[in-house]
Design a protein. Structure first.
Ligand code: LLP
Length: 386
């Protein structure tokens, strides 16, 4: 039934509790990634017939084992910097350049030159670069990233469309772009849009596909339509899993109107978020003004999403997983900022104490990738469970 909702799965880490407890080291927070979960998500997307090409947005989690697994699952890799490009060729020996997409934003000229030299597929989203750097783009095949006039996503900071956004060429300037490209003998072979991250409505991609299809018909030289990433995952206990059936049914409907183009997607979060947990150790439990706080040896240095986007991640006491979560704690980190809070009034066992292992769920996407050394705290460690 279109729109039928899948039951929420039991997270993998419940069955792996003993292995995870053995990996936890006080003072050394660690991300752990579960490759079978990555592969399961990859296969769910690979089964969708309307989609011809799948790229993984490696910025979500560039761990080499994850890249290798996804290439094995027939995904290409989407990169946004020269360092990411170099990284994927190092991490996946023998990676075919035609599986690599370069979709940077305001990159310096040298990065475009290097991407062409590596034979990656290059996406450009403005006319100015063509005008200023004709020798970089002369005679090349290019993808064009357009701004469909609106942004979407879980937070204002991850919406990548609309005139106020730095991303994408406004649709009204496409003619101008094509004229500039023609003058350089450059061919526009792909059309790309990514409007944001953590988009909840399955119909979003249907309309992006429809809009890009319409534009492609007018351009004439387009071979591939790339409708971006942005697929959400259920972070909260009562969030429904994303309805892939409704998503693919919507795509299949519009796709049939544009049979001459390959349809591509480039998700990041959907593939890896649920595969990752952050293990940290409780440092102190302190009561103040009626609020009980448990501190951990990792904070916004290890996982920036709560501080940056007010993002929700489940927090569990892995040491006391069998005990009832019968008390409320604010879960905080060791960083000298008042925003260093994983979550407020979270349910944890009342006996939660120094030395307990705390698990932060669904941190496989944009977790380690955005970690930093603020307060000179070390980067978290990483471990992969095959
Ligand atoms: N394609 C492009 C061009 C992108 O800019 C992005 C993400 C993706 C694909 C993959 O989006 P995803 O499927 O992962 O939603 N740090 C934020 C998310 C920033 C996303 C940036 N671009 C967060 O933690 O929520």
């Amino acid at each position: 039934i279109a729109g039928a909702l899948r039951p929420r799965e039991t997270p993998w880490w419940r069955a792996e509790r003993e292995r995870l407890l053995a990996l936890a080291t006080p003072g050394a927070p660690r991300y752990v990634y579960h490759l079978p979960t990555v592969r399961a998500r990859a296969r769910a997307l690979a089964a969708i017939e309307a989609v011809d090409r799948r790229y993984y947005a490696i910025k979500a989690n560039p761990h080499p084992a994850i890249l290798a697994a996804l290439v094995e699952e027939d995904f290409g890799l989407e990169c946004v910097s020269l360092a990411e490009l170099r990284h994927v060729f190092d991490a996946v020996p023998g990676l075919a350049p035609d599986r690599v997409l370069f979709t940077p934003s305001f990159a310096p000229r040298a990065e475009y030159d290097a991407a062409f030299a590596l034979d990656a597929t290059v996406t450009l989203d403005n006319v100015e670069a063509l005008q200023r750097w004709p020798e970089t783009f002369r005679g090349r095949a290019l993808w064009l990233r357009v701004d469909l006039g609106r942004g979407e996503g879980h937070h204002e900071k991850v919406r990548t469309g609309g005139l106020a956004s730095k991303f994408g060429l406004p649709v009204a300037r496409i003619e101008e772009f094509l004229t500039a490209a023609r003058a350089l003998d450059a061919r526009v072979t792909g059309l790309h849009a990514h409007l944001g991250s953590g988009v909840e409505t399955a119909q979003h991609w249907r309309s992006v596909c429809d809009e890009l299809g319409g534009i492609a018909e007018r351009i004439g030289s387009i071979e591939t339509i790339d409708i971006g990433g942005g697929l959400p995952i259920p972070y909260q206990d009562d969030d429904e899993p994303f309805d892939l059936d409704a998503w693919s049914a919507g795509l299949a409907e519009v796709r049939s109107a544009y049979p001459n183009y390959r349809l591509a997607i480039e998700p990041g979060r959907y593939l890896v978020a649920e595969s990752g947990v952050l293990l940290m150790t409780a440092t102190q439990v302190v009561e103040k003004g009626g609020i009980r706080r448990v501190g951990a040896d990792a904070g916004m240095n290890a996982l920036l999403r709560p501080a940056l986007y007010d993002a929700y991640h489940g927090v569990h006491n892995l040491t006391r997983l069998e005990e009832a979560a019968d008390a409320a704690f604010d879960v905080v980190g060791p960083i000298c900022e008042s925003g260093d809070v994983f979550g407020k009034q979270r349910r944890l066992p009342a006996a939660t104490a120094e030395g307990d292992v705390l698990l932060v769920a669904d941190t496989g996407a944009y977790g380690f990738a955005m970690a930093n050394t603020y307060n000179l705290r070390a980067l978290p460690a990483e471990e992969v469970l095959a």
